[in-house]
Design a protein around this ligand. Structure first.
Ligand SMILES: [Zn+2]
Length: 499
């Protein structure tokens, strides 16, 4: 949840605009030359132009570190110049989100998250992922995406359940939808594996032309995979379907790595393997960049969400997993239950009147609702609050929606606990909803952003890992961040730690 977005104006939905996602590739001859186009369709271009600010807002805003954004733009423009569209307009954006992802829209807009930038090991790896995304644009994959976008999977449905009940504007709906869609391969899966392989091939082509080591792309795919696996372990042994990341739909990608290497080998004849990597320049550029959650968007710590700038905290019910987005915090629980927090602009009057007069009618616009039950004003943790239970009908199933509104520092905060009737989850929802409270200034001050620190490699893995500012998985995190396989010793030179 982002300070500047929480009470902002409604975001216009993206409509049919294609977002180019990434998944695994298989089943195509890796040596086949992909089709490319030198000219973009003007409708694709104008649609992507219109969508740009919406996408940026939805994925956490632009990361405000000029050194990092300037560096990414410089690499991007270098790769674009050797593509089939050297004179077209290319826009490279680093998104202020800790998730690891990259995508493109047909107008030459390439988006990388700061989580992805932090994970790369050198400039050539970053150039490889940028080249892959440019490849989606030059191969003209977007129109394919649009035709297939009607085949939304289970994840879309799961996302919609939470959203419809929120009764929120399309922007929030879309941003949460993306979370759901990604889980089911929705907005990513609309590209075929062949398209992904084409994008890999084109990315390698551009690496070679720009004088980078083409093996960098396979190296980075390996890092992405190691990162996804570690995140899954940290989340409790299984891959967390809420995560919006590069391999959300296909965590296993050994095949894609092998194919990227084959392509690199085929093209190795025209380039020097081990050519330009620019590791030092890359590490210098990312030194000090924010890692993980930011103070602007709030911190997730297990089931607890805390926002140091908006000054509140709450803990989701047991067995729920939190996903933070620009305008809402969504937690998924057992039996398709949802626990969602968002905000609304402050309005005068009692909060029970707000629930009855504003919130419930919003919900009723998108789903069938029953009679509101137990509506009352009260004080919870010293805050003005009101709560009620609203039966809602979704996908032929009845849910009890716990609605709790709080007023804090001139904002209204809303918690929706969506429990399938008969699931017995409502008491846990209530306990969690009532955990919402003001954050003290001391607590807020203790919520500190973590940063990447580039330091000389000294001693062994263990002693370096002890400097990682995490309570657990320090060795594993250190290895993944630095691209070290299990058992691989500490390299010479500089390494990344998180402080
Ligand atoms: Zn892709």
């Amino acid at each position: 949840m982002q300070v500047r977005r929480i009470l902002g104006p409604a975001i216009i939905g993206l409509g049919a605009l294609a977002m180019v996602g990434c998944q695994t590739t298989e089943g195509r001859n890796p040596g086949a030359a992909p089709q490319t186009t030198a000219v973009r369709s003007s409708s694709d271009q104008s649609e992507a132009d219109r969508a740009h600010s919406d996408i940026v807002a939805r994925f956490g805003g632009v990361y405000g570190n000029a050194r990092v954004t300037g560096y990414v733009n410089q690499i991007g423009q270098r790769i674009a110049r050797v593509s089939e569209q050297p004179n077209a307009r290319w826009t490279f954006t680093v998104l202020d989100t800790p998730t690891v992802n990259a995508f493109a829209t047909p107008g030459g807009y390439i988006y990388l998250t700061r989580g992805l930038v932090a994970l790369a090991g050198d400039e050539a790896q970053l150039a490889g992922v940028i080249g892959h995304e440019i490849g989606h644009v030059t191969a003209g994959h977007s129109s394919l995406r649009r035709q297939r976008s009607t085949t939304a999977g289970l994840g879309l449905l799961a996302g919609a359940i939470g959203l419809a009940v929120l009764g929120v504007d399309g922007g929030v709906a879309n941003s949460l939808m993306n979370v759901g869609q990604t889980a089911a391969g929705g907005y990513l899966a609309s590209f075929s594996r062949g398209d992904e392989l084409d994008a890999d091939n084109l990315g390698i082509r551009y690496l070679v032309r720009a004088g980078y080591d083409p093996y960098a792309q396979a190296d980075f795919i390996e890092r992405l995979s190691a990162s996804a696996n570690l995140q899954a372990r940290i989340a409790g042994g299984q891959y967390d379907p809420n995560r919006v990341d590069f391999f959300a739909s296909h965590p296993a990608n050994a095949l894609r790595t092998r194919q990227a290497i084959q392509v690199a080998q085929k093209q190795g004849a025209v380039t020097t393997v081990g050519a330009n990597r620019n590791r030092d320049g890359f590490l210098r550029s990312i030194d000090g960049m924010v890692y993980g959650d930011s103070a602007e968007q709030g911190f997730v710590d297990g089931r607890t969400f805390s926002h140091p700038k908006l000054r509140f905290t709450f803990t989701a019910p047991p067995r729920f997993t939190i996903t933070n987005s620009a305008r809402a915090v969504l937690a998924r629980g057992p039996s398709n239950s949802r626990f969602i927090m968002d905000g609304d602009r402050n309005r005068g009057g009692r909060l029970s009147d707000y629930i009855r007069g504003v919130w419930v009618p919003q919900i009723a616009r998108s789903v069938r609702v029953g009679q509101i039950q137990g509506l009352r004003d009260e004080r919870i943790n010293g805050l003005e609050a009101a709560n009620a239970v609203l039966p809602v009908r979704l996908n032929n199933r009845t849910y009890d929606a716990l609605l709790v509104a709080y007023r804090l520092n001139g904002n209204i905060y809303r918690i929706t606990g969506l429990a399938p009737r008969g699931s017995g989850l409502l008491p846990a929802m209530e306990g969690a909803a009532w955990s919402f409270r003001r954050l003290s200034s001391g607590e807020a001050a203790n919520l500190r952003e973590k940063r990447i620190d580039i330091v000389p490699a000294r001693g062994g893995i263990e002693s370096m890992a002890r400097r990682m500012n995490f309570r657990e998985y320090r060795v594993e995190r250190f290895r993944v961040l630095n691209g070290l396989r299990p058992g691989e010793p500490l390299p010479r030179g500089s390494v990344k730690i998180v402080r």
